[in-house]
Design a protein around this ligand. Structure first.
Ligand code: NAD
Length: 499
């Protein structure tokens, strides 16, 4: 099988770059190397940022209606390439094709939100705040912004950022995950086909060295980051110290509370989809079920049945519901945590550690796993496992369930399954989590709302996409103006002007 050279995208074209460092890219379902990724060096970084700076100045002057024409065209092109994008995602990430197409769909929603920018960005006006004086405010682009993205959504997360950054008049440099970098290049090509001027959207591949270059470079005005908590914290601290605006979204440990009055079949269906979909490699995956009172026994039985029924295999093949993990290191981590949980006293209801997929023996697979009677002090609870493992914690009351969730350092998403409006309302008001689902396990907000967690799941003041995305990629100006009649008395005074 041939191994593809994976280049950067600089100034509107693929560019192998100057850097000599390379990294292998794998198909996680087969374990085979499929790509040879070019990692940027300092010269590549300088070249990309110089092009971005130049492009940002002219793109910011392009009229809103012309920018929107590009956005509308881009929307059509992404729509027409959903299958192609999904196939690239599946080949390098491993998730099943329908799930990969779903991530493109969720990214498209943000493109569509960005198409409505003339409405969102129209500013505010106060007439006659003082005699003959009006005040208005509007927003302008930051300039050059970088997007540093994780492996688990190689299309959706870049589309959480770039459409809004570009629509608002910035130049955007994407540093994709080095594990599944190819989809970024198709996005770059689609932006070009949509008529975006060269240098407004660029792709620079790399690892920590490239990220550090972006975080500290004078030409970068803003940084959007999505990834694990330790790196999010580091990115926020480093880029902030270098005077940049930063939003850094981190990891998660998402709990779903199941009340005894819930429809347990519905809860079990949704819990297993949310825990095992995409092999649990979603920042909004449900990794902990908090079973309240008598819900527990039946819930564990039902979730166990569903977990055993899931077809695991190569995500590009028909009928497969769950693919592999991203690397052998992820596979080892998941197996280790499950082994530790068992020796710490958790009950192993379904064990996916030894799963072997026929014909894909070298793939990085772990099967769906259910752990019951997990305690807060176990590593299976404390770590973000980021694999197909559902831990069940048993508690006596809703109050205890909320205590467990609020004691957790993460606060990305959570859900409650119940038929009681009162329980749902109490839950919504009391949990210290940014995104909450009621009988909805993965409450990723629609594109016209912003996405973001609390506590260690987000560093910075802005959530991502939606109205917060527009605020993040722009800065405000407030104008106070007077147009006096000819020869009007000036009435200037040394006192501080008041209305
Ligand atoms: P990661 O933190 O390892 O990598 C994210 C990005 O940071 C990549 O582009 C990578 O190249 C870069 N990076 C890695 N190590 C670095 C270092 N030492 N210094 C500078 N840059 C570095 O995350 P991942 O494994 O690719 O993605 C999974 C993680 O992302 C999970 O923790 C998941 O919860 C999180 N995530 C969060 C959200 C959210 O919205 N909060 C969404 C998706 C994923």
């Amino acid at each position: 099988m041939s191994i593809a050279e994976i280049n950067h995208w600089i100034s509107g074209a693929e560019d192998p770059g100057h850097g000599e460092r390379r990294q292998e890219v794998f198909n996680p379902a087969t374990g085979q190397v499929t790509g040879n990724l070019h990692l940027a060096d300092r010269e590549d970084l300088e070249k990309t940022l110089a092009a971005a700076r130049e492009a940002a100045d002219s793109w910011a002057e392009v009229s809103l209606s012309k920018r929107m024409a590009v956005l509308f065209k881009f929307r059509e092109l992404v729509h027409a390439h959903v299958s192609e994008l999904a196939a690239i995602v599946t080949a390098e990430h491993g998730k099943v094709l329908s799930d990969a197409a779903g991530e493109v769909g969720r990214g498209l929603e943000v493109v569509e939100f960005a198409c409505a920018l003339p409405q969102t960005l129209k500013g505010e006006y106060s007439d006659q705040v003082s005699t003959g004086i009006d005040v208005f405010s509007f927003r302008q682009p930051l300039g050059v912004v970088a997007g540093i993205t994780p492996f688990n959504f190689p299309v959706m997360v870049p589309l959480w950022m770039s459409p809004i950054a570009i629509a608002t008049g910035n130049a955007f440099v994407l540093k994709p995950s080095e594990r599944d970098p190819s989809a970024a290049l198709l996005l770059a090509d689609l932006w070009k086909q949509a008529g975006l001027p060269d240098g407004v959207f660029q792709v620079l591949h790399g690892d920590k060295e490239t990220v550090d270059g972006l975080l500290t470079h004078d030409l970068v005005d803003g940084v959007s980051f999505v990834g694990s908590t330790p790196i999010a914290k580091y990115v926020h601290e480093t880029a902030t110290k270098h005077g940049k605006r930063v939003q850094a979204l981190g990891g998660a440990k998402n709990h779903a509370v199941v009340m005894p009055d819930a429809d347990l079949d519905l809860a079990a269906d949704h819990l297993s989809a949310a825990a095992f979909g995409s092999a649990g490699e979603r920042c909004m995956a449900i990794s902990v079920a908090v079973a309240v009172g008598e819900a527990a026994d039946e819930l564990v039985d039902k979730v166990g049945e569903r977990a055993r029924d899931i077809t695991v295999g190569d995500g590009s093949q028909e009928g497969v519901e769950m693919g592999p993990l991203i690397t052998p290191a992820s596979q080892d981590r998941v197996r280790r945590v499950v082994t530790e949980a068992e020796s710490d006293g958790a009950a192993l209801v379904v064990d996916g550690r030894d799963l072997v997929v026929e014909g894909r023996e070298e793939g990085f697979f772990v099967g769906p796993t259910v752990l019951d009677r997990v305690k807060q002090e176990m590593s299976a609870y404390q770590e973000e496992i980021f694999g197909p493992v559902l831990a069940v914690i048993r508690v006596d009351s809703l109050e205890d369930a909320i205590k467990v969730i609020n004691a957790n350092p993460y606060g990305n998403g959570t859900a409650i399954f119940t038929s009681s409006g009162y329980a749902a309302r109490t839950f919504k008001r009391q949990v210290t989590v940014g995104m909450i689902g009621v009988n909805v396990p993965i409450p990723v907000p629609a594109a016209q709302h912003s996405f973001g967690g609390w506590k260690d799941s987000l560093f910075g003041d802005h959530h991502i996409y939606g109205p917060d995305g527009v605020r993040f990629y722009t800065r405000g100006k407030a104008i106070t103006e007077r147009w006096p009649e000819q020869n009007e008395a000036s009435n200037a005074s040394l006192n501080f002007p008041s209305n």
